[in-house]
Design a protein around this ligand. Structure first.
Ligand code: SME
Length: 156
């Protein structure tokens, strides 16, 4: 399979073209993490999957990362618990930020909601301060909405 990124106008179109509901979730999330990790100035991009109030490391691009994050902890757990996108311009100024990679300077976490519950989060880190804004949040929220359909049920 050859995917030409230039054929697609934006990230969410590329993600829709890459995902297939007949595939296992892990296959879909693996290819989506490859797309997100290919964005400019990104050092980590991937998923944490919710189960029993804990976020477990899912498919990602980047260096090995924390495997378990309780709801309410760090940027990921904050987004999972509040069910809202969290944008952090400077990770050193976010109380409780969980440092998985020395390079990360800014971060965005977008929850994936299914039937009103957080089933996973999209987490993206950048080595550049304030890399993420409303534009990225809008695009990733659209992607999160599309990916929600791939999750069968909430485990939380
Ligand atoms: N920084 C995140 C932890 C996950 S890594 O960035 C991959 C957090 O504070 O939740």
């Amino acid at each position: 399979m050859m995917i030409d990124h230039k054929e697609y106008g934006n990230l969410s179109e590329l993600v829709s073209a890459l995902t297939d509901p007949s595939l296992p979730l892990v296959s879909n999330l693996s290819n989506v993490s490859a797309v997100l990790g290919g964005m400019e100035n990104i050092n980590w991009a991937g998923f944490y999957i919710a189960e029993g109030g804990v976020l477990y490391l899912g498919p990602f691009q980047g260096k090995p990362a924390c495997t378990r994050i309780p709801f309410g902890s760090g940027v990921c757990g904050t987004a999972a618990e509040s069910k809202k996108t969290v944008i952090v311009d400077d990770v050193d100024s976010f109380p409780g930020h969980i440092r998985c990679s020395a390079e990360s300077r800014s971060e965005i976490v977008v929850p994936i909601l299914k039937d009103g519950k957080t089933v996973a989060v999209i987490d993206i880190d950048s080595p550049v301060l304030a890399r993420f804004g409303r534009k990225e949040a809008d695009e990733l929220e659209k992607i999160a909405g599309d990916l929600a359909g791939l999750f069968l049920q909430s485990h939380t």
